[in-house]
Design a protein around this ligand. Structure first.
Ligand SMILES: Nc1ncnc2c1ncn2[C@@H]1O[C@H](COP(=O)(O)OP(=O)(O)O)[C@@H](O)[C@H]1O
Ligand SMILES: [Mg+2]
Length: 362
């Protein structure tokens, strides 16, 4: 496997955001669809946590639910989202009053939505839009001060401050996305959630934006949840990566471990669906088939119909996140696959099948 630089690990076990067993239903007619099921994630201070999975697996739903911005018919049916402030205090975002939420949402936590670069108002100059965003939350700041801050923010994301006077249509897609990042950073958040921030951009621009985010993280010390369907982007920027499939987290490990030693058959397939960024091109394996209909989830493992390593228990037993059954693994990594959970297989009356070498790389 070719060497790929991986973001330096800064795993300090100092959580800033802990998502615990978060579940979301979408209410189609009377039958709720369980779109997000018991998702748990921990974001440590200063870390970039990547969240990857095919389109429709529930990544945006997780981000909206965790920030209480989920629109109807989405409904949070369970879970906690613990935010640990700089002052040592903690709060469950899902249990906050609306007033507490308004006060904290933009101060502590900022989100760049999927497609955000198209949400700038076409009739106002970008400087004014950033200044308005600042003044909406800090009414005591004067317009002049807000514009000065807007100029600093633009400079920070690599846009010349003279672009303050530009209208959105005068900026490229990449620049508009940088403006959205500047706006998200305006109130000095501790956590930045970015939902597919580079998806609409070309590959060169994607890289520049990813590098910029990494550089800003190093300089300003915020933490990031970076959501993308393209796991190869995360290998470069993320400290940890969580892989989602059909509404569940199926693997959670350091970026190095996900890249070099994927334990879940789906992670393994995803990594082979994207060309390597550097080194020799290799044949794309891809994953045959498509994700299940969330309204008609199969029994047992939701990935089993597409899995190259399926065995009889997979149709009957639901996998849960456990430490993989590979000696020497990082004890903090988890995977939801019965190949790695012989105890659960045996308890359900089936015979465990060994971990295949492809899922036990060291
Ligand atoms: N407003 C909505 N109403 C009903 N279903 C939705 C809505 N938004 C998303 N879904 C469904 O929820 C699932 C997860 O969607 P989403 O969170 O957008 O996935 P991702 O961001 O990973 O592409 C999909 O099956 C999608 O069809
Ligand atoms: Mg999405």
């Amino acid at each position: 496997m070719s060497a790929v630089p991986v973001a330096p690990g800064r795993r300090t076990a100092d959580p800033v955001l802990e998502i615990r067993n978060l579940s979301v239903d979408y209410g189609y007619d009377e039958i709720p669809v369980h779109v997000l099921r018991q998702a748990s994630l921990t974001l440590n201070r200063g870390e970039v946590l990547g969240l990857a999975g095919e389109s429709g697996c529930g990544k945006s739903t997780l981000a909206y639910a965790a920030t209480r911005l989920l629109p109807p018919p989405g409904l949070i049916t369970g879970g906690q989202v613990l935010f640990h402030g700089r002052d040592g205090g903690s709060a469950d975002i899902l249990a906050m009053s609306d007033a507490e939420l308004r006060a904290s949402r933009w101060q502590d936590l900022a989100i760049v939505f999927q497609g955000a670069m198209n949400s700038l108002n076409p009739v106002f100059r970008v400087g004014r839009q950033i200044a308005d965003a600042i003044r909406a939350h800090r009414p005591s700041v004067s317009q002049k001060e807000a514009l000065e801050r807007a100029a600093d923010l633009l400079d920070m994301v690599g846009i010349s401050p003279d672009r303050l006077r530009a209208y959105p249509h005068q900026l490229s897609g990449g620049m508009r996305q940088r403006v959205m990042i500047a706006m998200a950073l305006a109130l000095d958040p501790q956590v930045l959630i970015m939902d597919e921030p580079t998806t609409a951009l070309d590959v060169v621009m994607q890289r520049q934006i990813v590098e910029q985010i990494a550089e800003l993280r190093d300089r300003l010390g915020f933490s990031v949840i970076f959501i993308t369907h393209d796991v190869s982007l995360l290998i470069e920027i993320a400290d940890r990566i969580a892989i989602m499939y059909a509404g569940e987290i199926v693997e959670d490990a350091t970026a190095q471990d996900v890249y070099r030693r994927p334990r879940h058959p789906y992670s393994n397939g995803l990594l082979h669906s994207f060309p390597p960024l550097r080194g020799p091109r290799r044949e794309l394996g891809g994953i045959p088939g498509s994700p299940p209909d969330l309204a008609r989830l199969p029994s047992g493992c939701p990935f089993r119909a597409r899995c190259a390593f399926v065995f009889d228990a997979c149709a009957h037993v639901q996998p849960e996140l456990v430490a993989p059954d590979v000696p020497g693994d990082d004890p903090r990594r988890t995977v939801a696959c019965l190949r790695h959970d012989p105890a659960r297989v045996e308890a359900a009356g089936f015979t465990p099948v060994p971990v295949p070498p492809e899922l036990a790389l060291r």
